[in-house]
Design a protein around this ligand. Structure first.
Ligand SMILES: NC(=O)c1ccc[n+]([C@@H]2O[C@H](COP(=O)([O-])OP(=O)(O)OC[C@H]3O[C@@H](n4cnc5c(N)ncnc54)[C@H](O)[C@@H]3O)[C@@H](O)[C@H]2O)c1
Ligand SMILES: [Zn+2]
Length: 362
């Protein structure tokens, strides 16, 4: 088993990674086993894994209940949060209750927010079941829900007590979710570790098919190390943590304009990285060779074709993002492959030209 620590003083916690770890949850959480546990999950994941986890916890003498939230982004809402509070009260949950977020990013974000606020805060454990959640959303303590006006507009930084990563759970994951997560995985290499990026390039097919357990495990471990390191140095995204947004400024806008469901998050980020790579190259930060390596690798991902998008509308969506972030566009560029920096020198015009250039077409 690999253990990576997120170093945040008193709020430090481990990320445990290994095949078959779900079976070892009671052992990993030893001292907590006397308390009441509540698993928050979705119907699909309940049928696949929550029943198994419940049986296991019960046989370890743990009082365990399950709360089911709807599938999809709609579950990240204040009304769903309220419904979870009510169910926790009905179950007589007090401040010693442990919440377990068993699912993807949606379950993790909602459960984390409930944990941050129910009775002014209870502990929660992240047990991610999607590849995206394993390498990204389950780590770092960003919790929250959406408002009708936009995504993730309400939330809190609230760290879990631990993250249990069991890649065996991915065998049931639809292939498209794997491809989408690969966008984020490549991002880690691009912003922080060139060697890792090259290894991902070499092993892309094996990773996408999940066929080689060791290659997959190593990739997940490296992503978790990078995210843990960045978060340990900048928990609340003042500066360094912003590099994790590489590809996200344009990616988010594409995701919104295409309409949710057309592009998955990681797919949009992959397109966003192609654009951000072009901008990095134009500004003289990324040389020709690195730029080609970045783009040709991203193009190996089987991404869906982008619908015809009006560049003006995409720029408007970026503008909205900017307003939300106090008027400044912090754009992440690569100063060489494997090293990201944040700059505010990227103009709207430059972004517009890149989108107009049709660089997204295969
Ligand atoms: N907090 C953060 O730092 C952070 C970072 C990135 C993304 N996010 C959020 O994460 C969310 C997206 O997360 P996601 O991509 O994991 O999607 P998701 O949580 O919607 O999960 C996708 C679907 O897969 C199903 N599923 C989950 N695990 C499965 C498994 N092992 N086998 C079969 N089906 C399974 C789920 O039931 C769900 O319907 C977004 O809301 C995004 O805003 C948060
Ligand atoms: Zn992302």
């Amino acid at each position: 088993m690999k253990t990576i620590k997120v170093n945040l003083g008193k709020r430090s916690y481990p990320i445990w990674i290994d095949h078959g770890l779900l079976r070892r949850v009671p052992e990993l959480l030893g001292p907590r086993t006397g308390h009441q546990w509540v698993i928050v999950t979705q119907a699909t994941v309940r049928n696949l894994y929550a029943h198994k986890l419940t049986e296991l916890l019960k046989s370890s003498g743990i009082d365990v209940s399950t709360i089911i939230i709807p599938e999809g982004e709609e579950a990240k809402s204040l009304s769903e949060v309220e419904s979870i509070y009510e169910q926790l009260l009905e179950l007589n949950c007090d401040r010693s209750t442990l919440l377990v977020a068993l699912g993807g990013g949606v379950v993790g974000d909602v459960t984390g927010f409930v944990a941050a606020t129910y009775l002014r805060g209870v502990d929660y454990l992240q047990v991610p079941t999607t590849l995206l959640a394993m390498v990204d959303s389950a780590i770092g303590g960003k919790t929250g829900v959406n408002l009708p006006q936009g995504k993730n507009l309400v939330g809190a930084f609230y760290q879990p007590i631990g993250v249990v990563v069991d890649p065996e759970l991915l065998q049931s994951l639809p292939r498209r979710d794997v491809i989408s997560a690969m966008g984020e995985i490549l991002k880690y290499g691009a912003i922080r570790d060139r060697d890792f990026f090259e290894k991902l390039r070499q092993n892309m097919d094996s990773l996408l098919s999940l066929e080689d357990e060791e290659v997959l495990l190593k990739a997940i471990v490296r992503c978790c190390e990078i995210k843990a390191d960045v978060v340990s140095h900048d928990e609340q995204e003042s500066d360094l943590r912003r590099i994790l947004n590489f590809g996200h400024t344009i990616g988010h806008a594409l995701e919104t304009v295409a309409g949710y469901g057309i592009l998955q998050h990681g797919e949009a980020v992959a397109y966003g990285m192609i654009a951000a790579g072009q901008i990095s190259h134009e500004l003289g930060y990324l040389n020709q060779q690195d730029h080609e390596l970045l783009v040709s690798t991203l193009r190996k991902l089987p991404l869906p074709k982008l619908p015809d998008l009006n560049p003006e509308v995409v720029l408007e969506a970026i503008g909205h993002d900017k307003k939300v972030k106090a008027g400044r566009l912090h754009f992440v560029v690569l100063e060489g492959l494997g090293n990201a920096i944040v700059t505010d020198e990227v103009s709207d015009e430059r972004i517009m030209n890149v989108i107009k250039d049709g660089i997204f077409q295969h």
